[in-house]
Ligand binder design. Structure first.
Ligand code: BGC
Length: 755
């Protein structure tokens, strides 16, 4: 009797599962389509090729046109399912319309008429369409500590990407910006795992909305899974050494959160970890990503990375082996991107039994599902009239707000800022009069080198200051280039006539390996300019426009005020001028430690032993700490209260703190909550950010900020690679307020799941 019950229960569950499965209308469509597909057609869906391969040769690179013979070859011969990128750089919406329409036309002529999915790198706005809205890069968005603003930024980006007829955005970057040498720091949300996870979640919500298939949303692509940002030598795409425990503690959480939030695709880290290129890692691509994170979307390679398993990494003796290793590891789509070699090799490998058909079907199902979800079968090309707000004043107002909330005031001696509008100002330095200093890489071109040509109407720092206080009050001297001390004397001469020097230093635009450096120090010519200007005795307001924290300790010692603008986008000049002259109150906080010396690169969460001790003064001693940032008003914290002196399994701790605006103007404050575990089986981090909230306060106003913490929020990864919360004493710190509580558990250590 019992047995019969068991069998019928099993049968019932199986039927239920299959009913649920076939009940999903998209699954039904995918299954029906895949049943009709040949092996070649399936492999084509897994193939992604760059635009340059299908455009007319010898045409205008600024307005590429599809060569119909080439695109038909790609689609009808190889059944290519995806294209990406630009040829020379940004182009118009009209050109995009023609490109996408021609590609989808060719797709409509193929036997099964499967639409193509086009992907683009819209990293801080739709940076490859002329007239779009460009926002601060991710590092600046992180400095706002304002997820609602990040979501709005992402929703506008999605709108403008779709307005360019593209449904797939290779963003956000969820790598942790821990090594300031790395040239992609500016593409990250900084060094903290919780900030990366929280801002990443906001961006995904903005990109994908409630329905990724509507005409205003796009599929997100999480980059670059996993551990890409921590190369030992700081150079792009060089080896990382990251133990599994460490990987799960710091690098995995932002991706885990984004997968939970339904991100549709993920791009794989081009580099290697512990000697294993990630494109070959079944452990990371299948066991962890699918088995533990339950990711259902598309895993796409990065640029040419299957080929590089042979050419660069030398783990595959032939190109064909490289394809076998990558696809068996779990790759769904190959960004080949210059030829169709992937198709031929994979076809042979399946026929030889070296790649199972089940692996192909799995990938193709994932790809087709996203194409259905994006609505590409019904609307392969959008309607040009649906996007009246593209590049609108409404959107640039959001960009201005984001830039204003990102800019971080690091020093303001004698309250020199804000300046009066009749101040005679010398604006100088290599970052003063170029949009490259505000937008950085991934702006109109890959390297962001033509921003001044693409957006002549936008305000550089100089133009914004001139507009703010009138040209008569502003003198300008470049002083130096980024690397050469060319006109220091002229700058010094002009400084003598000014009341205040606004000295704009930093980095030129760059992207990826082109931004590799051997030395984190600010190039000597710029420090020389600061030193020479300081000799005049005139106050220096130092503005750092840079993608990563270059060492400025000497130059900064000469400044009366210091501001970090990061890469604040097309409205960055205006935002800075508003702040300098008091029309806006700064509220950014550093999402990354600003190091004092080139060889002292320690993150704020450091271990206790990295604090140094009485015999050794060389502990964590950055120029400015993570989370630091001033305002023109002042805030006082009081009454830190926790709901109980102990936290038990299944309970939540409620934490409240009062924040008062004790100054004389309205201001915004990011309230950061840190916890520290005093003793644990793995050396505990000195402190970790667990929550944050941004509030706005009128002068004299007090607000009570409330946070809730669960035992999982204070957990860590132990030596078994398990997430645990261990019993013991914890400290909570918000501003200058500190309180202790005990975590008490029946099971020791208590396990709260792996992720
Ligand atoms: C970058 C990716 C980018 C891809 C496509 C690669 O070189 O690492 O971030 O999405 O190119 O342009």
């Amino acid at each position: 009797m019992k047995r019969i019950f068991l069998i019928s229960a099993v049968l019932f569950n199986t039927l239920l599962a299959s009913a649920q499965h076939t009940a999903d209308p998209i699954d039904k469509k995918v299954d029906a389509l895949i049943a009709k597909m040949t092996l070649e057609e399936k492999i084509g869906q897994m193939t992604q090729v760059t635009l340059a391969e299908i455009v007319q040769s010898g045409g205008d690179p600024a307005a590429p046109q599809i060569d119909m013979a080439k695109v038909r070859e790609a689609i009808t011969k190889y059944h290519v399912g995806s294209f990406l990128n630009v040829t020379a750089g940004a182009t118009t919406r009209e050109t995009w319309y023609k490109i996408i329409s021609d590609i989808q036309k060719a797709a409509g002529e193929d036997r099964l008429k499967i639409p193509v999915i086009y992907g683009i790198d819209a990293m801080h706005g739709e940076n490859y369409t002329i007239g779009s809205t460009l926002f601060p890069q991710e590092i600046g968005m992180a400095a706002t500590f304002n997820p609602a603003l990040a979501e709005r930024e992402a929703a506008i980006t999605a709108y403008e990407v779709r307005a360019s007829y593209i449904p797939w955005n290779f963003s956000p970057v969820l790598d942790l910006g821990r090594n300031p040498l790395w040239p992609r720091i500016y593409e990250t949300f900084g060094e903290d795992p919780y900030v990366a996870a929280t801002m990443g979640a906001a961006i995904i919500k903005g990109y994908q909305g409630n329905d990724v298939g509507d005409k205003y949303h796009v599929a997100a692509c999480l980059k670059h899974y996993l551990g890409y940002s921590f190369p030992l030598n700081g150079k792009d795409r060089t080896p990382a050494w990251i133990p599994d425990r460490y990987m799960r503690e710091y690098f995995l959480p932002s991706f885990a959160e984004a997968v939970k939030d339904g991100a549709k695709s993920i791009m794989i880290n081009s580099s290697e970890i512990n000697g294993v290129p990630v494109h070959s890692s079944k452990y990371l691509l299948t066991d962890v990503l699918r088995g533990e994170l339950h990711f259902k979307g598309i895993a796409v390679t990065d640029w040419q990375d299957i080929i590089y398993l042979h050419d660069r990494h030398h783990i595959a003796a032939t190109q064909k082996d490289a394809v076998m290793i990558a696809v068996n590891a779990g790759v769904d789509m190959s960004m080949v991107p210059y030829d169709y070699s992937f198709c031929g090799y994979l076809d042979e490998l399946v026929k030889e039994g070296k790649v199972p058909m089940s692996r192909i079907n799995e990938s193709v199902k994932r790809i087709l599902r996203v194409k259905y979800e994006l609505g590409l079968f019904e609307h392969p090309v959008g309607n040009p009239d649906d996007y009246p707000k593209f590049g609108s004043a409404e959107f640039s107002a959001v960009s201005l707000k984001a830039a204003t909330e990102s800019i971080t005031l690091l020093k303001n001696n004698n309250n020199i800022l804000p300046l009066k509008k009749d101040t005679k100002v010398l604006v100088t330095g290599p970052a003063a009069n170029t949009m490259r200093a505000l937008d950085g890489g991934w702006s109109y071109t890959w390297q962001g080198d033509l921003s001044d040509k693409f957006i002549p109407g936008k305000n550089t720092i100089l133009k914004a200051i001139q507009q703010k206080i009138g040209k008569d009050n502003v003198d300008y001297q470049p002083g130096t280039t980024y690397y050469d001390a060319t006109e220091i004397d002229a700058a010094v001469k002009a400084a003598k006539k000014a009341d205040v020097i606004v000295l704009c230093l930093g980095e030129p635009s760059y992207a990826e390996n082109v931004g590799n450096i051997d030395d984190l120090n600010l190039p000597a010519a710029q420090t020389q300019l600061a030193n020479a200007l300081a000799q005049t005795g005139k106050p220096i307001v130092l503005v750092m426009a840079e993608g990563r924290p270059r060492i400025i300790t000497e130059a900064e010692s000469k400044s009366t005020a210091t501001l970090m603008t990061y890469l604040s986008g097309n409205e960055g000049g205006n935002a800075l001028a508003d702040i300098l002259f008091g029309d806006a109150n700064p509220s950014g906080k550093l999402p990354i430690s600003y190091p004092r010396s080139a060889n002292a690169l320690v993150n704020y969460y450091r271990k206790n032993i990295e604090n140094g001790n009485s015999d050794d003064a060389h502990g964590y001693n950055p120029l400015y700490e993570f989370g630091y940032g001033l305002s023109y008003t002042t805030f006082a914290y009081s009454n830190l209260h926790i709901s109980s002196p102990s936290l038990k399994d299944g309970e939540m701790l409620t934490v409240t703190v009062d924040v008062k605006n004790t100054g004389s103007r309205e201001g915004k404050e990011s309230v950061l909550l840190y916890t520290s575990q005093l003793y644990a089986s793995i050396t505990p981090d000195f402190k970790r950010l667990r929550r944050f909230d941004k509030i706005s306060l009128q002068p004299g106003e007090t607000k009570t900020v409330t946070f809730r913490l669960s035992p999982k929020d204070i957990s860590f990864i132990n030596d078994q690679s398990q997430r645990v919360t261990e019993a013991g004493e914890f400290k909570i710190q918000i501003g200058d307020q500190v309180k202790s509580f005990n975590y008490i558990t029946n099971t020791q250590p208590s396990r709260t799941g792996k992720l």
